[in-house]
Design a protein around this ligand. Sequence first.
Ligand SMILES: [Zn+2]
Length: 162
Amino acid sequence: MKKTILTNWRVVIAIRPSYTHVKISALGFTGLDSDLDGTLTGPDVELSVAPRPLGDLGYASMSDRLISDDVDGDYRRRCEAMLAALLREPHVRSGRVEVDEESWCSHCDNRWEEMTADEAADLSTQFDANSFEGEPVCCREAIVEARTARGIPAPAYMGGAS
Ligand SMILES: [Zn+2]
């Protein structure tokens, strides 16, 4: 079975450097003579901002799952609130919420991969004539499971459907 988690929630914003009035000393260039502490300029730059972990309470830190029974929903809401607040700032030109999806197989723990339409139709890559687009490719258990759900027999060389 395909198992999926969402990870790396983030808010991506494009900011106009000259509107920030930020001195480069604020970016960690410490010890500069004040005459050398210039302000940012140039074209818009994109920054990714990770939300504070749900389990980070300031005075204590614990697992997200102990704090929330809807971790993904809470991260999405936190990121959307961050985005809304950031977009009210004049130097923020645009923004969006992004997240990565990671999928793996519950049977073999390998990264989840599926056959493409071309691979399913190609004699050199299909398991047999019943291969289909989206068929898992990692292990026998996943293939048989996906085929059973569609009423397709297991590939002959892998043995019958169990
Ligand atoms: Zn597998």
